[in-house]
Design a binder for this molecule. Structure first.
Ligand code: ADP
Ligand code: MG
Ligand code: MG
Length: 899
C-alpha cells in the first residue's frame, strides 16, 4: 500500500485518500501554480494507525524520509542541517474540513543548532529566534498537549521585564531567553527535554494528527453532521516546506477569495499582512489590509494573483478561497478550497458564471441550497430613515438587525433563549463563541477583517455582521462599550447594517426584502426546468400581490376564516355563532356576505388570470369566541362593579350605568352558556370543517354565494379568473355531495342574476386518512385534491401537533426514534405512502385530476422533491417560501431527469 504521495502525484479528485487540503495542493501544483514542495500521508494510513491501537505503521517513517528527501532536492535545503535547514509545516486535512482536528504546526525542524542556520538564511537573528519560540510553544501545545497558558504567561512576564509593549519590541537576546524558558516549561510538563531531533519532532507531529481524528470533538462533529465513512474516513497529513511571510517588508501572508463572498462581485477579494506569518490573518490579531492595497504595494504580485484567480476558477468552476504567502517578493500558494459564501453571493456568482460560460444553467440551479434563499430576503434599513450612524466598520455579512447589546456568547445565548433580539458585541470571536451567533440577530466586532472568524461564521449562517469596527472600545468585564462619547451598556438597543458596515444607537426602521436581479433571473431559468406548479397560501389581496411578486402561479389555499377574524367583523361573526337557529343567524350572515364578497373580488383581481382556490370555513366555531374562563372573569368583575354602585342615590347617571351593566352581564352570560355548549373535548377531531357545513348549511351557502357573486362581478368588469372552491376535512363522498348540491343551486341562481356562468372548479382537501383510502369514490365529485399535510400528518401519526412538539417530539428526533419532525419535513414513509395510495385511487376514477399540496410542507425542499416524485400537479406554500419551492422544484426535476 502506497502511504506517501508527493504533491506531484495527487489530484483534486483524490480527496478521500489525500484529504481536501492535500488533494488541492497537488492539483494546484499540477496546474503549474507555485506550491512549496511537499507530500501527503494518506487517510488510509491514519486508519491503519487507529486500527492498530494507535501504533505507527512499521516503516512509515522510512517512507516519510523519502518524502523529506524529495523536498530537500526541490528546495536545496536539508532537514536538520545547521547551515541551510529545511523547515516544514505539518497540517491535518480530511476529505472535508472538520473542527477538532489538529491545528497546523509551523517551523518544524528547529532546534538549538538549526536555529543558527535559519539566522544565516534569513540574515536576521531576531527572525530566527522568533520562529523558534513560536515553534516550541505550538509544538508543545498542539502535539504534546502542554497547557498553552503556561507559555503565554511566561511570554508576558518576559515582555514586562524588558518593558516591551508588543512582541516585536523584543530583541534577539530577549527571544533567546523566551526559548530557554519555553524549553523549561516543556521539560517540567513532560518530564523530558524538548525533542531536538527534527525526525523525532516530525514523528510526534504526525502521530498527533492521526490521534486528532478520534478526538472527542472530532467524533462528536462527525456524529452531529452525519459524516459517514463514505464521506470522510481518516485524516491525511500534509508535510509542506515552510515559506516565510515574516522575512521583512517584501514578505507577506494573506487569504483571498476569487470573488467577493459577501456580494458575489467578480473581483479579487481578500486581505493580507506584511511581515507576518500564517495564522496572523485568520486570527484577527491585527486588522489586515484589503487586497486592493497590494496593487500599489506589490504590483507584480497583485497581477500574479489576478492570473491565479482565473486559473483556479476555470479549473474548479467554483469560487475558491485560497491562502498565499510571499517570501521576499516570491508568491507561494498554500491552500485552496470551495469558498463559503452567503446566499446573495452564491446566487450572483452562479448566475455570473453561467454568463461567463464557466458553468451551465443546470449546474447553477443545482448548486444553490433552496433553504438559503430565505436568508436572501433580508431586511434592509429603510432608505428614508434619517437615523445617523455613530460608527462604521467593515460590511462583513449583509442585512440589517436591531437588538440589545450583549458582550458574551453565553449571555447572548441566555437572552436569545428568553426571546430577546440580541446583537453580540465582541472584540473578536473564536470558535467557542458560535453558540452565541445562533442566538443573536447580528454580530458586531471591533477587530478583525472581512475574513475574520466573526465574518466567516456570520456569512455561513446568514446573519448580519459588522466586523473590525475600530471606533468601538469594548470593556468586556464591565459589560460596556464606548464609541466616542457614547456609552453602550449591556441591554441598550443597537442597530447594525452588515451591508454598509454602519452602526446605530437604538432601533432604526427597516423595509421588507425583495428578490434581487440575479435571483429573479436564476428563478426564471428554474421555472423552465420544473414540472411542478408553485402556488401560494394567502388570504389577503396584499398577500396575493406579494406572492405574485415572488412568482406564485396562483393561490392554492385561501383561508376564509382569516377574513372573519378582522376586528370589524369579529363581533358580527360572534353574533352569528351565538345564534341558535338559522333564522337567528340570517341577519348576521346577510351582513357578512358583502364583506366577504369584497375580499374575494380584491383577491381575484390581484391574481388575475391565475387560479384562486378558496377553502370554506375550517375551524370549529368556538375558535372565534373568547375563552370561557376569560368571560367568567369579566362577568365577575362587572357584577362587583354593579354591587358597588350607590343605587340609593338614584341619579339618572347611576341608574343608566346600572342598566348598562345588567345588559352586558346578561349578554356575556349568554355567550358563556353558548361557549359551554360548543366546547369540545378534542377540537382537532371535533365539529369543524365540512361537518359544520353540513349541520349549519346556511354558513357554507353564504360563503359559496359570496365567492360566486364576487366571480360574476369581476368577470363583468372583464377580469380573467380561474376560481376554485374546496371543502375541508372531508372523509366521505356523501359529505361532498351535500356541499355540491348547495353549490349547484347557488351557481344557477347566480347565473340567472348576472347572466353569466362562473367557471368554478369544485374540489376537496385531503387531510383525513379515510379520504385517502376512499379517494376513488371522492374523485367522482371532486375535480381536484389538495393535500392538507398538516392535518394529514396529525391524523396519520395520531399526534396532536402542539402536544407532540411541546412534549415528546424533540426527544423523538434527538434520539432518532424519528428522523425528522414530520410537521416540518413530510414523513415520506408513512404519510407519503397514504398520499400515493390516494393519488392512485383518485386517478383511477378521474385520470386528469389535479392534485396538489397546501400544507406547510409545500415550501420544504425535501418535501417538494417528494411531491415531484409522486407527480403532483403543484405545491402551495407561504409567499415567502415561493422562491424556495420554485428552486426546489427545478432541482427535483433535474435530478429526476438524470436518474
Ligand atoms: P487551517 O486549516 O487552519 O487553515 P493551515 O494548514 O492552512 O490550517 O495552516 C494555518 C496557517 O499556516 C495558514 O495561514 C497557512 O497558510 C499557514 N501555513 C501552512 N503551511 C505553511 C507553510 N508551509 N509555509 C508557510 N505558511 C504555512
Ligand atoms: Mg488554511
Ligand atoms: Mg386542515
Amino acid at each position: 500500500m502506497k502511504r506517501i504521495y508527493l504533491f506531484e502525484e495527487g489530484a483534486a479528485k483524490d480527496k478521500r485518500l489525500l484529504g481536501g487540503k492535500g488533494a488541492n495542493l497537488a492539483e494546484m501544483m499540477k496546474m503549474g501554480l507555485p506550491v512549496p514542495p511537499g507530500f501527503i500521508i494518506t487517510t488510509e494510513t491514519c486508519l491503519e494507525y487507529s486500527g492498530a491501537g494507535e501504533k505507527m505503521p512499521e516503516r512509515l517513517m522510512d517512507e516519510v524520509a523519502t518524502g523529506i528527501k524529495h523536498i530537500e532536492e526541490k528546495t536545496g535545503k536539508k532537514f536538520g542541517d545547521i547551515h541551510n535547514p529545511l523547515l516544514v509545516s505539518v497540517r491535518s486535512g480530511a476529505a472535508i474540513s472538520m473542527p477538532g482536528m489538529m491545528d497546523t504546526i509551523l517551523n518544524l525542524g528547529l532546534n538549538d543548532e538549526t536555529v543558527k542556520g535559519l539566522t544565516e538564511l534569513g540574515g536576521n537573528e531576531r527572525f530566527a529566534y522568533d520562529a523558534y519560540r513560536r515553534f516550541i510553544a505550538m509544538f508543545c501545545k498542539i502535539a504534546m498537549g502542554v497547557q498553552g497558558e503556561l507559555f503565554d504567561e511566561t511570554f508576558e512576564r518576559i515582555k514586562r521585564k524588558h518593558g516591551a509593549k508588543y512582541d516585536t519590541d523584543l530583541d534577539a537576546e530577549a527571544l533567546k531567553e523566551v526559548v530557554k524558558e519555553f524549553k523549561k516549561i516543556c521539560k517540567d510538563a513532560l518530564g523530558k527535554e524538548f525533542p531536538s531531533d527534527p525526525y523525532e519532532q516530525l514523528r510526534l507531529a504526525i502521530e498527533a494528527v492521526f490521534k486528532s481524528w478520534n478526538s472527542p470533538r472530532c467524533v462528536a462533529y462527525r456524529k452531529e453532521f452525519k459524516i459517514t465513512p463514505d464521506i470522510a474516513n481518516g485524516t491525511a497529513v500534509n508535510v509542506v516546506a515552510m515559506v516565510f511571510g515574516n522575512m521583512g517588508n517584501d514578505s507577506a501572508t494573506g487569504v483571498a477569495f476569487t470573488r467577493d463572498p459577501a456580494t458575489g462581485e467578480n473581483v479579487l477579494f481578500g486581505e493580507y499582512l506584511t511581515n507576518a506569518q500564517g495564522e496572523d490573518v485568520v486570527a484577527g490579531v491585527r486588522t489586515p489590509k484589503p487586497i486592493s492595497k497590494m496593487k500599489d504595494e506589490m504590483p507584480q504580485i497583485y497581477q500574479e494573483l489576478l492570473k491565479f484567480r482565473d486559473i483556479l476558477e476555470h479549473r474548479y468552476r467554483e469560487v475558491q478561497d485560497f491562502e498565499f504567502t510571499i517570501e521576499r517578493g516570491k508568491l507561494h500558494m498554500l491552500q485552496t478550497r470551495g469558498g463559503k459564501m452567503n446566499a446573495e453571493a452564491r446566487v450572483k456568482t452562479a448566475v455570473d458564471m453561467v454568463k461567463e460560460g464557466i458553468i451551465t444553467k443546470e449546474e447553477a440551479i443545482l448548486r444553490l441550497y433552496p433553504e438559503q434563499l430565505e436568508k436572501l430576503m433580508h431586511k434592509r434599513i429603510d432608505p428614508k430613515s434619517k437615523a445617523k450612524s455613530i460608527a462604521r466598520g467593515l460590511a462583513a455579512s449583509p442585512g440589517a438587525a436591531s437588538g440589545i447589546a450583549i458582550f458574551s456568547a453565553d449571555d447572548a445565548e441566555r437572552e436569545g433563549k428568553a426571546g430577546k433580539d440580541v446583537i453580540l458585541v465582541r472584540e473578536e470571536t473564536k470558535p467557542e463563541d458560535v453558540h452565541g451567533f445562533f442566538a443573536s440577530q447580528g454580530i458586531l466586532t471591533s477587530r478583525g477583517g472581512k475574513t475574520s472568524h466573526a465574518a466567516v461564521v456570520a456569512r455561513g449562517i446568514g446573519k448580519p455582521c459588522v466586523s473590525g469596527c475600530e471606533a468601538i472600545r469594548i470593556d468586556v468585564r464591565a459589560k460596556k462599550a464606548y464609541i466616542g462619547k457614547a456609552v453602550i451598556n449591556e441591554g441598550d438597543v443597537l442597530t447594525i447594517d452588515g451591508s454598509s458596515g454602519d452602526v446605530y444607537l437604538g432601533e432604526v426602521s427597516m423595509i421588507e426584502p425583495e428578490l434581487g436581479e440575479e435571483l429573479l433571473e436564476l428563478l426564471k431559468w428554474a421555472d423552465k426546468k420544473r414540472r411542478l406548479g408553485v402556488l401560494a397560501n394567502t388570504d389577503t389581496p396584499e398577500g396575493a400581490l406579494q406572492a405574485r411578486k415572488f412568482g406564485a402561479e396562483g393561490i392554492g389555499l385561501c383561508r376564509t376564516e382569516r377574513m372573519f377574524n378582522a376586528t370589524d367583523r369579529l363581533p358580527l361573526v360572534q353574533a352569528m355563532i351565538l345564534s341558535e337557529t338559522a333564522d337567528e343567524r340570517k341577519p348576521y350572515l346577510e351582513k357578512l356576505l358583502p364583506m366577504q364578497k369584497q375580499d374575494f373580488k380584491e383577491i381575484l383581481k390581484a391574481m388575475e388570470g391565475l387560479p384562486v382556490t378558496v377553502r370554506l370555513l375550517d375551524p370549529p366555531l368556538h375558535e372565534f369566541l373568547p375563552s370561557y374562563e376569560e368571560l367568567q372573569r369579566d362577568v365577575d368583575d362587572l357584577k362587583k362593579e354593579r354591587e358597588s354602585l350607590p343605587l340609593k342615590r338614584k341619579t339618572s347617571v347611576i341608574t343608566k350605568r346600572a342598566k348598562d351593566l345588567e345588559n352586558t352581564i346578561a349578554e356575556k352570560e349568554k355567550m358563556a352558556k353558548r361557549i359551554r355548549t360548543l366546547a369540545e373535548i378534542n377540537p382537532m377531531l371535533g365539529h369543524r370543517g365540512v361537518r359544520v357545513g353540513i349541520t349549519e348549511p346556511d354558513i357554507y351557502e353564504t360563503q359559496i354565494r359570496a365567492y360566486f357573486e364576487a366571480c360574476a362581478e369581476v368577470m363583468k368588469e372583464g377580469t380573467m379568473i380561474k376560481p376554485e372552491l374546496m371543502v375541508p376535512n372531508v372523509c366521505t363522498l356523501q359529505e361532498l355531495i351535500v356541499v355540491k348540491e348547495i353549490l349547484d343551486r347557488v351557481a344557477s341562481e347566480v347565473e340567472q342574476k348576472y347572466g353569466l356562468k362562473v367557471p368554478m372548479k369544485f374540489g376537496t382537501m385531503i387531510e383525513v386518512v379515510r379520504a385517502c383510502l376512499e379517494a376513488d369514490q371522492i374523485a367522482k365529485v371532486a375535480e381536484f385534491f389538495s393535500f392538507g399535510t398538516n392535518d394529514l400528518t396529525q391524523a396519520t401519526f395520531s399526534f396532536s401537533r402542539e402536544d407532540a412538539e411541546n412534549k415528546f417530539l424533540p426527544f423523538y428526533t434527538e434520539n432518532k426514534v424519528l428522523p425528522d419532525n414530520p410537521f416540518q419535513t413530510l414523513d415520506i414513509e408513512g404519510v407519503g405512502k397514504l398520499m400515493k395510495i390516494c393519488i392512485e385511487l383518485g386517478r383511477k376514477t378521474r385520470p386528469d385530476i389535479k392534485i396538489g399540496i397546501c400544507g406547510e410542507h409545500g415550501g420544504d425542499p425535501k418535501s417538494v422533491e417528494f411531491c415531484d416524485d409522486i407527480k403532483l400537479t403543484y405545491v402551495s406554500c407561504s409567499p415567502y417560501r415561493v422562491p424556495i419551492a420554485r428552486l426546489a422544484a427545478a432541482q427535483a426535476a433535474l435530478r429526476n431527469q438524470s436518474s
